[in-house]
Design a protein around this ligand. Structure first.
Ligand SMILES: [Fe+2]
Length: 277
């Protein structure tokens, strides 16, 4: 009998997909996700795919100037260095180097095929069609976007927040780098009852992914606090996000929302100084 919090990988699936056991699995996994459990899915993406992705995105960012485009019809792929000041203009405070990819731009780094292979399974878990939004463009109101992120050492972070659940009920994130190897300390955390930080990074290997209900509180704490940040390097912690976003063609857009908690140690000193000044 599956227990709440048990990873998907520990289930053995009977071949008959209409077996009552399956109905029970569906009911239990849905109850668990609504309850706020998070699942770390081991080996979601091939390790080589993740390490190649870091290299290719890093090269892409060095070759192209940083830009910004709203999610409107015809938006190109682009990358943007969101420093602490710029990050405060977004719905959720952050400091990160983000590279955004849409399917209509020819997928220059060959990300969509491998990612959609897993994203399609997760979309079904979210109650969507397996290929929902895949062909959408901004005029349709919701678009799939792949975001590859580098959190620069010392200053990279994402304040505690919730993500919008209206178009995809679960967040689906991939991990291209590993704590203790590629970076030290910090990284992704969940927030449990009583504003308690729930650490999961030590269980994460390159290629794993995480799913949980979008409204579960979570954030990213700075890593490598003794290393000087350099926006042109590729060291440190990387992150992969698959999200079906409300486009800027909508008059009412659901976006992420900050959760103002005083959790010690998760915001870089530089961001706290900007707030005080
Ligand atoms: Fe998030």
């Amino acid at each position: 009998m599956p227990e709440t919090g048990q990873p998907f990988g520990q289930y053995t699936s009977p071949t008959n997909h209409h077996h009552p056991w399956h109905l029970q699995f569906v009911q239990e996994i849905i109850a668990s996700l609504y309850h706020g459990d998070a699942y770390l899915i081991k080996r979601t993406f091939p390790k080589k795919f993740m390490t190649d992705m870091i290299q290719n995105v890093h090269k892409y960012c060095l070759e192209k100037p940083p830009e910004f485009y709203k999610m409107l019809e015809g938006s190109p792929d682009f990358h943007r260095m969101i420093d602490i000041e710029t990050g405060k203009k977004y719905s959720v405070d952050s400091c990160k180097h983000s590279c955004y990819f849409y399917h209509w731009n020819g997928d220059p780094l060959n990300l969509f095929e491998t990612i959609n292979y897993s994203w399609r399974v997760l979309k079904q878990l979210m109650g969507l069609d397996y290929n929902q939004y895949e062909k959408n463009t901004p005029k349709d109101g919701v678009v799939d976007r792949i975001q590859v992120v580098r959190y620069p050492p010392q200053i990279g972070y994402l304040e505690p927040h919730t993500d919008p659940y209206q178009h995809q009920r679960l967040i689906f994130s991939g991990y291209p780098s590993k704590r203790g190897v590629d970076y030290q300390g910090g990284g992704f955390y969940l927030i449990g009852a009583g504003d308690r930080i729930i650490e999961i990074e030590d269980q994460i290997d390159v290629g794993d992914s995480l799913v949980c209900y979008a409204t579960v509180y979570h954030g990213v704490a700075p890593s490598d606090r003794d290393i000087e940040p350099d926006w042109t390097k590729s060291d440190g912690r990387w992150f992969l996000s698959m999200f079906s976003n409300a486009s800027d063609a909508r008059t009412v857009r659901y976006t992420a929302a900050p959760v103002k908690l005083s959790v010690p140690g998760v915001i870089p000193i530089q961001a706290l100084e900007v707030e005080r000044s």
